[in-house]
Write a protein that binds this ligand. Structure first.
Ligand code: FAD
Ligand code: DLZ
Ligand code: SF4
Length: 512
């Protein structure tokens, strides 16, 4: 081993100053390497605002590390010598710094993890890959949990995470309030529009962000998305301001309106914190402890505190566990054999379906849509229409500022498209127009009539819903949670069934 420094590559979703690879190192004998590389900006065609957010947050993080005393070697995207990939940039850095060893925190996805694992052989240097302990549950712990069960369900995993963290637990080790889950209280339709509705703070771009916005506008002009609405925090301090704003203004009603949708109101009572949590600017466990403290101080009802904490220590940890447990070919699952190409309006929002135009339009503007819009509008439509789940996956990975494969893929392939055949979700999240009408104000101003199943003006979701069940009957018939809809389908008279399927076929051929 040489007496050179440690080389510590930090990637765009590792913007945490005490991440494992840094915690283990001596500042005086280390070089932190940060790399803006074409491979990462282009492995899918990310939304412009997603690229701008990550690059600006990386540049600010480099300054933060320098201020803490680290030596940071930062390679910008427009550096003429930039060779374009993590591995080739690490190779150049090895030449520059002649390190004794490389220390790195495990990657967030299979594609990049494979690169890290090849570095030791490639560079002939010791490479230490640290576990990413920003997550509550390690890969090994999840695998052990999964191995002990016949059927994997988030709810039981979540209970274990509650016990592990002590969040919302009583001194006797029971769940606070007597129940583990208050989801039944969290399905209120949206109230009317209200001028006092909470809104995320609009952070004004500083000089660093403006530079990045210029680079992105020029280099990624043909990627989806607008930069005109760029409002993201790009520093830990500003992300903390967004966190406090959420805790004070939105959390007290987060649970009640978690599933609600309202025209031209993209944010409602959601936190809009996922980009910061996923990039490492916010600590998810510390955030949950704050939420619990608000509940214990009587400022937030239990259904809101529990509902929020479940999303983070339940769903977020669970989907990560599934991603690594299932392996890289999870991305190619297609249990329902869906093959239709993704319709063009997913890129423009130009469709007469008002719900789809709203969800896609705000995605283009803000690189954001909340969970129910992703699951029950764009995701539901894609599944009902039989869109190729891999194309759906790539779309979600591209368009949201919080999208990294470890979290996006199980949500898309598993939860939203049922393409894993029921590993993640116990039934397909399929719904007709009635659900959308109940949870939103979208249908009132739509060109289609949500009450009609067939005819010129019929809401497309209605015929598509029945057609989805009918065409997938051999695969889904035995699912007990679908027994009722299949009974209703069987009760419909023969002519109605045929007319419904013809209606769906006409609509689907109009997509082609
Ligand atoms: P809130 O509603 O305020 O929820 C609080 C936090 O809980 C979120 O910030 C997030 O960290 C976590 N969370 C909530 N639901 C989930 C979930 N299902 N899985 C993981 N974490 C969750 N989330 C991502 O972070 N990245 C993605 O790429 C992503 N892709 C998705 C794709 C599809 C098809 C679906 C249905 C969901 C996806 N989600 C993804 C989950 C969820 O939609 C987002 O986390 C959420 O909308 C982010 O907005 P928010 O911060 O306002 O969340
Ligand atoms: C998403 C992304 C983008 C757009 N650009 C970069 C980049 O230039 N440099 C970088 O270090 N990370 C970037 N990222 C995030 C990475 O894709 C992410 O860190 C890896 O996929 C590991 O999960
Ligand atoms: Fe969407 Fe149908 Fe309602 Fe129109 S009528 S907004 S298409 S659910």
């Amino acid at each position: 081993m040489t007496d050179g420094p440690l080389l510590i590559p930090i990637m765009g979703d590792q913007l945490t100053p005490d991440i494992a690879s840094l915690r283990a190192a001596d500042k005086a004998r280390s070089v932190v390497l940060m790399m803006e590389v074409a491979d990462e900006t282009s492995y899918v065609r990310h939304h412009k605002a997603k690229i701008a957010f990550i690059l600006s947050a990386m540049r600010h993080h480099a300054d933060r590390l320098r201020a803490m005393g680290w030596t940071v070697d930062y390679v910008t995207l427009d550096d003429p010598a930039n060779s374009g990939s993590f591995t080739s940039e690490v190779a150049r850095a090895v030449e520059r710094h002649k390190p004794a060893a490389i220390h790195v925190t495990e990657a967030g996805e299979w594609r990049v993890q494979a690169m890290l694992e090849a570095w030791e052989t490639r560079f002939g240097l010791p490479v230490v890959i640290h576990e990413d302990d920003r997550f509550l549950c390690s890969h090994a712990e999840f695998d052990t949990w999964a191995a002990a069960r016949k059927q994997l369900r988030m709810e039981y995993f979540y209970r274990d995470m509650r016990r592990k963290t002590g969040l919302l637990m009583t001194a006797e080790g029971k769940p606070e309030g007597g129940e583990w889950n208050y989801d039944a209280d969290n399905r209120k339709p949206a109230p009317g529009r209200d001028l006092l509705m909470p809104q995320p703070i609009r952070i004004r771009p500083d000089a660093i962000t403006q530079d990045v916005l210029g680079i992105v506008a020029e280099r990624f002009a043909d990627h989806i998305g607008s930069l005109g609405h760029f409002h993201f925090a790009v520093t830990h301090e500003d992300a903390m301001r967004q966190q406090r704003r959420f805790l004070d203004e939105a959390l007290p009603r987060f649970g009640d309106y978690q599933d609600a949708m309202l025209t031209d109101e993209p944010f409602l009572w959601h936190s809009i914190l996922s980009p910061y949590i996923n990039a490492g600017l916010l600590d998810p466990l510390a955030l949950c402890r704050e939420v619990e403290a608000r509940y214990r101080a009587g400022k937030v009802p239990l259904n809101c505190a529990e509902g929020f904490i479940r999303q983070i220590i339940g769903w977020r940890e669970y989907v990560r566990g599934i991603y690594w447990h299932e392996g890289p070919d999870y991305a190619r699952r297609n249990a329902l054999g869906a093959t239709r190409p993704l319709p063009g309006f997913y890129w423009t929002g130009e469709t007469d379906m008002h719900c789809m135009a709203q969800a896609i339009g705000q995605t283009i503007d803000h690189a954001y849509a909340h969970h129910i819009q992703r699951l029950m509008i764009t995701g539901n439509f894609a599944m009902l229409a039989g869109i190729d789940p891999h194309q759906v996956h790539v779309w979600y990975l591209e368009v949201y500022a919080d999208a990294y494969e470890w979290v996006e893929l199980p949500n898309t392939i598993g939860m939203s498209q049922f393409a894993d055949g029921g590993l993640l979700a116990s039934k397909p999240y399929a719904a007709g127009g009635a659900y959308i009408n109940r949870m939103s104000d979208y249908c009132g101003t739509c060109r289609y009539d949500v009450k009609q199943r067939v005819g010129e003006d019929a809401c497309p979701f209605n015929a598509l819903y029945w057609d989805f069940l009918a065409r997938n009957e051999p695969l889904l018939r035995r699912n007990v949670r679908l027994a009722m809809p299949y009974r209703n389908w069987a009760r419909m008279d023969e002519q109605d069934r045929a007319a419904t399927r013809e209606q769906a076929a006409r609509f689907l051929s109009s997509l082609d």
